[in-house]
Design a binder for this molecule. Sequence first.
Ligand SMILES: NC(=O)c1ccc[n+]([C@@H]2O[C@H](COP(=O)([O-])OP(=O)(O)OC[C@H]3O[C@@H](n4cnc5c(N)ncnc54)[C@H](OP(=O)(O)O)[C@@H]3O)[C@@H](O)[C@H]2O)c1
Length: 238
Amino acid sequence: MSRLENKIALVVGGAGGIGSAVSQRFASEGARVYATSRKPAEATGVGSIRWIQADASDNADLDRVLQQIRAEQGRIDILVVNAGLAEHARLEDVSEDHFDKTFGLNVRSLVFAAKSAVDLMHPGAAIVLIGSIAGDIGTKGYGVYGATKAAVRAFTRTWANELAAKGIRVNVVSPGPTDTAMMAGASDEIRQALATMIPLGRMGRPDEVAAAVLFLASDESSFTTGAELVVDGGMAQV
Ligand SMILES: NC(=O)c1ccc[n+]([C@@H]2O[C@H](COP(=O)([O-])OP(=O)(O)OC[C@H]3O[C@@H](n4cnc5c(N)ncnc54)[C@H](OP(=O)(O)O)[C@@H]3O)[C@@H](O)[C@H]2O)c1
């Protein structure tokens, strides 16, 4: 079944673990997908996805991406803002650089990506943000990261309210530990410890997060806005 036939989608940060799963799933559901990455287009993949080299933390880059989509398609039906970074730093180790980098990408860039993309959106369009259960739980060493994701949850509520009049829905998918490059540094010990904290007994897969993003991006969720869909194996839910 093609749930996204004739939809124009932009995935900001479309080449990482979750972003790539989202881009590929969208393409397989019939969307015309634009995906950004700092990597050159030829390094990011093949197939029907239109790769644009752009740094998600650079607003001028994002403006260039949106200009290209405006020229080629004239509209955006689905925006996913996925680019994000998570660095470990307990309060005593939080530096200005760590704070600015994390809020700069996870919050500032997300705000301006949404602001610019809304200009190209029409009634029926959907924005899906990528949050994290880190915004709800106090994992040691992830205070700044968790605060950025709590901000993403807050923007979801406000933008859902503000954009409802334009017929644009806004929701957030909040993954728990998911097996991507972001978790690549996790030792076997950490993985085992995590598994014991997750009721379903394992980390999530990027395609499981992509399935939730697909639901919120598609017309299947036409009466859902301002919501958070958590994909965490139950970790922060039970
Ligand atoms: N994996 C998890 O356990 C987990 C859990 C909860 C939430 N999340 C969230 O899911 C999203 C995707 O994470 P992932 O696990 O798929 O990680 P990933 O494979 O490391 O991908 C990270 C993404 O963010 C972009 N990015 C990273 N650092 C950047 C920087 N300094 N400037 C610009 N872009 C940057 C990357 O773009 P390039 O292609 O340009 O490198 C890539 O698209 C993030 O928002 C993350 O917070 C992940």
